[in-house]
Design a protein around this ligand. Sequence first.
Ligand code: DX5
Ligand code: ZN
Length: 226
Amino acid sequence: MTFDRSIKIAPSILSADFADFGREIQAIEAEGADWVHVDVMDGHFVPNITFGPPAVAAFRKHVKTVMDVHLMIAPVDPYIEAFADAGSDIITAHIEAGPHIHRTLQAIRGAGCKAGVALNPGTPADAVAELLDVADLVCVMGVNPGFGGQKFIDITGKVRRLRELIGDRPIHIEIDGGVDQTTAPLVADAGADVLVAGSAVFRGGSVEKPGVYGDNIRVIRAAAEA
Ligand code: DX5
Ligand code: ZN
């Protein structure tokens, strides 16, 4: 994985057909997805349950781009190795998930993956100030995590502050939740480069109508780049 700050669209397969992940992943990649975003939820850190390491390993067989694994679980550390072995390129853990996020990020890198730290809407940008030497990505949640299709919370001020803190370090700023053609330009202008989008990419499409995914991805990308 080489670093750059160009806009990257990362569809969240939380909005895909859960009985057809292989073809859904192939469809979004063929239609222009830059990364594939995988939302892991445990019913404890967030009020929803999705999938564990064996499912993520099965997704890996279909992902040709970058598999971006977002852990909404607590604790995190006991599962890092399993998600690394499942083929994650990036593993992101929440700063709110435990007292030792610094150790968690070191462990993710130690397992051979890029390390991401995610911030809930209530957590300020400055919370990552002492983590920038151990992080490859900061994920700013645009919604309270747990579900797709929620309304965007304005976190653009936080993104601007993060951009300042990061300076020229090779750290991605990712926005997750509520990204669509209306909010994408706001967060891109504030300094984000990775845009996760679930409902805004999958809306109206299917593996039988994958062109809709492509249209949706192009609309979001064009809005962000404008
Ligand atoms: C929220 C997840 C997001 C979610 C985004 O807990 O982390 O990745 O799928 O969904 P949309 O784009 O529909 O807000
Ligand atoms: Zn996510």
